[in-house]
Structure formats: C-alpha cells, structure tokens
Design a protein around this ligand. Structure first.
Ligand code: 0RA
Length: 657
C-alpha cells in the first residue's frame, strides 16, 4: 500500500525542464513580476556585458529604451560565440539563449556572480520576453537570431560585413508575465551610473528613445572611479579634506578597491560592493574595512600623541567615532562569492575580512604618513564625536531614569498591545494626538500598539547623537521599540560593546507602521521618521520591518452605499459604477485631508485591519540611491532639496515601497 502511493506520487511529479520552469515561476528567478523584476531583466543583460568588460574585452556598453518599448543592450566585446556547440549540436549563441544556466559553460573563470538574483543568465530574460533578438558581430560577419518566449523563432543567419566585434541584445518584456512593462528610465540610469563608477575603464550610455523629439541620453564615464563616486555621494557637503583617500591592491586574486573622505557632518555613509553588487547587508569585506580603519586611525593618533588626556577627561576613540562624517565606497571582486542574509546581499566569504583589513590598514598608514595634516583633522573630528558620544551616554541614562520615574520602561503615550510575542505585534507611529486617539479606539489591542507623535520629529541628518536623544518623540520611539539605537550594523572584533547599539533581536514588534496624513506635513513627518530609522536603525529597514500605512484619499457615497478610493483612478472608477448602478441618486465625494477626519471604525476598516489594508513596505534597493536621497532631502543643501521636492513622486518609487 505504502509502496503504491509512493509510485503514484512519483508519477504525478512533472519535472519542469528548462525555460518552461522560468515562465511558470518567474519570481523564483527574478524576485517578482512587478516593476522591480521587470528592471531586473535589464540588469541581467547588462551584467553579461560587464562580465565581458571585467575580462578585459569590452570598453563600451549602450542601453537604449527603444521607441517600441523594447530594450537594447549593446557592447563592443568579442561577441557571443556562434560556432556549433558539440554537445547540443546548436550554435553556442542559441544554447546560451535557450538553455537555463548555459551561460556558465562559457565561464571565463573570473568574477562572475553566483548569489542573489544576479547571474541567473540571459536565458531567463529570453524566457520572460515576448521576443528577443540577438545580433553578434564576430569573425567579420553579422549574425542574427530571433526567439519568442524563450524558444527559437529563426535559424541563426549570417549576413553583411562586420568590421568590429560585439553583441547587441534587444528584448521586449512579456506582458503575460509582468504586471507592468513600463520602463522607468531613472531606475535603469541609476544602476548604469553606479556600474560606471565601479568600473572606471567602462563607458556606459543610457538612452531613452520612447518620446519622439524628447530623446534622453546620458554618458556615464568616471575616470576617477570610486574616488569620483565618493565625491558624488558627498554632494555639496563640506569636505574635511579635499583629496579623497584611495586604496587599491590585489592579493590572492581578490582586488580590493576603496575610496573614502570625511565631511563635517555626523553621518556614516559606507557603500560596499562585491562583484559590482551592492551588499546592502554588508559582510566580511565591510567588517575588514571597519576594523582596519579603527586600527589605523588609533595607531596613528597614539603614535603622534594626538589625544590629550586631562584629569577630568579620558578619551578613547571607538570605531564609531572614526566613522562620523565618513563617506566611503568599498568594492571587491571575489571569484566565488557566497551571499547570505535576508536579501542575499551579505558577503560570507571568511577570507575577505583579513584580506581587506590588511590592504586597507596598510594603505591608510601610508596615506596618513604622507598627509599628516589630514590625519590630524580626522583625529580631531573623532575626538569631538567621542565627546558627543559621552554626552549621549548621559542623555541615554537620563531617559532610563526618567522612564523609571514614570513607573515603567515604556513611554506614557504608548498604548501597548496585550500580546507579548513580538512576532505577532505591530507598532503604529501615528501623526498627531487626534488620529492617535482614533487609532487607539479602532485598533485590535491584542496585537496592535499605538504611539502618537506630537511635536516635530528632529532631523537625524543634521543633529548629533546627543541632540537627537534629547528629542521627546525620538526618545519615545526608541523606548517603545526596545532595541536600542545607533551603531551601524555590527561591532568589530576588539570593539567594545557599550550596550548602546541597535539590537534587532530585542525588537518588541515585528512591524513598524508609519501612519501620517496624506498632506505635505504628513509626508514631511514620514520622511523625518524614515531618515531617523535609516540612519540610526538601518537594520530595521534592511530587515523589512518598516511599513507605510495607506489611508484612503476619498470616500464615495451614494445613499447608504459607501466605498473608499486610494487614488484618482479608483475614485473615477467607483463614481462611474455608482452612477451606472443608480442613475437618479446623487453621488457624494469626500476627500480626506487627514487621518483625523476618519472615526475609529473607519480608520480600522480602511487602514489598520490586516485583512483589508494594504501596506507599503519600505526597502532599500541601492544604498547609494538611498543615502543621496536622504542627504538631499534632509541635509542643508537647499538646491538639492528643491530639486528633490519637485520630483517628489520618485521618492516612494525609489524606496520601492
Ligand atoms: C564567452 C566567450 C566569448 C564571448 C562571450 C562569452 C561574451 C558573452 C557576452 C554576453 C554579452 N556580451 C558578451 N560578449 C561576449 C568569446 C570567446 C572568444 O572569442 O574567444
């Protein structure tokens, strides 16, 4: 009996072979079938050309969003081989395009990517395209082949004469697969810019030809590489020293490329990359960098006796102090990267830590010896940071004592939930006391906690840590969350745990939901909250714990019938329908300007009820985008802020909520 059922089930299992599997479960290969997955197609094709560049055979890549909404990626590499593949008895090009993972067979043994969603192969793009055309210039001829939904649609044809070599892939994303096939030029250009900074030999052109007469073209070429990248990231902040510090060295087949500079601000802005992929969650290369920085700076300052200790003040500089106002980019190339973590963007290779540490330590020492005045300025800044940290410690102690006085460790304004299981619980950060009141009444108190925020939230981009901590709203948020704050994603070996770092395992809620009015003030407060969370509790955002509530914009009413609309399209749609259903009765439209205009029941059913609401999840796709975004938004550069405000819609998109 048992045997029989086993046989039965074995028969039932269909093994999906090749590209059919990709079309059945696209998300497994590209993450999702929304906007993000769509744009991933372009990255995938571009990555192949970048690989060709890394192998030393390609200097130019051009990406064009064509008028017909297809995308072309063209390079001047050697061209994908077109000779007949022995095992498959088909042209190599056709194998690469139609066989899953066949790309690996051409492995050049160099820095290919094998983790995350990158490196799934161009055949995946082919499978998810209504059509794809490959054009290869090679061996004096132009070779051409067409595919449709992953299958071969024409034989490989050679025609004409080619004086140069290269590959051009043009594809049209499949409407049957994706929720949207509308390209966002900014998303594509941003990644291409990043790639150009990371590969200074490479010239990348981005073109948008969709609007006749309004074609856009940008050429990304940065001869300074990471050094230019640091200047870009710094924008108009005031540099502590003009020259960007750079370190470059290759040991044991792992090239390590680092650039850094200090500004007079208070934030740490370190981007790290492995094989051109932004390692948002960091990893061993980042740990190596940090520990080298702390060690090199401390060694330098004690060797040159730069710290004066008095009777009243003993100063010891920690890693955190040396990262205040630091902008840095770290790029390593690892032959076989292991990616770990929630989003597979954390480097796991143990050997990278010591390697990066050694190279960076040596490079920094050399720089400091040659530029003593810069070294002195950096140490002086770190001393100020250490002093402010000491002040922050006092402020923290004050918070602790204050909450003890108030009879518990939680803020008085917090209406906590009854469940003590963080996995189940959510915290709503609500703008204003009146909406806070409705939320408290309307919530499901078993698992929903409400923290009303009254005053303005302080701008974390412009305040030092001690100042931040003296802000009431910030204090309440930190105590309610219960996981501390500060630190920047981990402690280095040999660095002391001060008990002050953010520890996500202590978090009292699994979701932190920002609920603000749908007006200018509301979006300002939301941005301030996100800025604070991004700067002081980044793991909360990278860990996918932060959400934005979406209250409705409109209520449409006809007699007793009422329905809510979350955007203008939906409003029009509902109004049309109501008018059709009942031609005589008046349709009333109410626009909600604030959460306060809803009563408790309405707020619950439209915005808080997990079965009905829709939340936007805040995530950070590209570290550089996020930090320049927050800098422009919250920093003191008025021009940048004006620019940001005029393109405000992009914000939500960028955060990929
Ligand atoms: C493997 C071998 C050779 C070229 C390529 C891969 C190649 C792949 C892509 C993908 C996009 N652009 C590309 N350019 C080149 C050729 C090896 C040889 O000529 O000896």
């Amino acid at each position: 009996m048992a045997k029989k059922s086993k046989e039965y089930s074995a028969e039932k299992i269909t093994i999906l072979k090749g590209l059919e599997a990709v079309r059945k479960r696209p998300a497994m290969y590209i993450g999702d079938v929304g906007k993000r997955g769509l744009h991933h197609l372009v990255n995938e094709v571009v990555d192949n050309s970048v690989d060709e560049a890394l192998a030393g055979h390609c200097t130019k890549i051009k990406v064009n969003i064509n008028a017909d909404n297809s995308v072309s990626v063209e390079d001047n590499g050697r061209g994908i081989p077109v000779d007949v593949h022995k095992e498959e008895k088909k042209p190599a090009l056709e194998v690469v395009m139609t066989v899953l993972h066949a790309g690996g067979k051409f492995d050049k043994g160099s820095y290919k990517v094998s983790g995350g969603l990158h490196g799934v192969g161009v055949s995946v793009v082919n499978a998810l395209s209504e059509w794809l055309e490959a054009e290869v210039r090679r061996e004096g001829k132009v070779h051409h082949q067409r595919y449709e939904r992953g299958t071969t649609a024409s034989k490989l044809k050679a025609s004409g004469k080619a004086k140069t070599t290269g590959t051009k892939i043009t594809f049209y994303p499949d409407n049957e697969i994706f929720n949207t096939i509308v390209w966002d030029y900014a998303i594509i250009a941003e990644r291409l810019r990043e790639l150009a900074y990371l590969n200074k030999e490479l010239e990348i052109t981005a073109v948008d030809s969709r609007e006749e007469g309004e074609e856009k073209e940008e050429i990304f070429r940065y001869k300074g590489g990471l050094s230019d990248y640091v200047k870009f990231l710094d924008g108009s902040t005031n540099a502590l020293h003009n020259k960007v510090i750079t370190v470059y060295k290759e040991n044991e087949e792992i090239p390590v490329d680092v650039a850094l500079r200090y500004n007079d601000g208070f934030n740490e802005n370190i981007l790290s990359f492995v094989n051109n992929i932004n390692t948002i969650e960091g990893g061993t290369h980042l740990s190596g960098f940090r520990s080298a920085l702390t060690r090199a700076m401390n060694t330098y300052s004690s060797k040159n006796k730069l710290i004066k200790t008095t009777k009243n003040e003993k100063i010891s500089l920690s890693g955190e102090d040396f990262r205040e106002g630091l902008t840095a980019v770290i790029s390593v190339k690892v032959p076989e990267p292991q990616f770990e973590g929630q989003t597979k963007t954390k480097l796991g290779n143990g050997e990278a830590k010591g390697l990066v540490d050694g190279i960076v330590y040596e490079g920094l020492q050399e720089f400091l010896e040659q530029n003593p005045s810069v070294g002195k300025r950096i140490v002086e800044k770190a001393v100020l940071a250490a002093r402010s940290r000491a002040a922050a410690r006092k402020a923290r102690e004050l918070i602790r004592r204050k909450s003890a006085l108030e009879g518990g460790s939680l803020p008085g304004k917090l209406a906590d939930c009854s469940s003590k299981d963080p996995e189940m619980c959510e915290l709503f950060l609500v703008e204003g006391d009146s909406a806070g009141g409705s939320a408290k009444q309307g919530r499901d108190r078993r698992f929903q906690a409400i923290l009303p925020l009254r005053g303005k939230v302080i701008n974390a981009e412009k305040a030092r840590i001690d100042k931040l901590l003296s802000n009431n709203e910030i204090q309440s948020i930190i105590t309610a969350l219960g996981a501390g704050f500060g630190g920047n994603g981990g402690i280095e070996e040999g660095e002391k745990l001060t008990g002050a770092e953010f520890d996500i395992t202590k978090l009292r809620y699994n979701k932190v939901i920002i609920m603000t009015d749908a007006d200018v003030d509301g979006s300002h407060i939301r941005t301030l909250l996100l800025t604070f969370l991004y700067r002081k509790m980044p793991e909360l955002i990278t860990g996918g714990k932060v959400y934005i509530a979406q209250p409705p914009f409109y209520k449409i009413k006809q007699g007793k019938k009422e329905q809510y609309a979350f955007d203008d399209n939906e409003r029009d749609f509902i109004m049309e329908r109501f008018k059709k259903e009942n031609k005589t009765q008046k349709v009333e439209l109410q626009r909600y300007k604030g959460l306060g205009e809803m009563n408790a029941e309405q707020l619950w059913s439209t915005t808080m009820d997990p079965n009905k609401r829709s939340l936007l999840k805040v995530s950070v796709e590209s570290g550089s985008e996020a930090s320049t975004l927050f800098r422009d938004l919250m920093g003191s550069d008025v021009e940048a802020r004006r620019h940001f405000i005029t393109s405000h819609a992009k914000f939500v998109v960028n955060l990929d909520v």
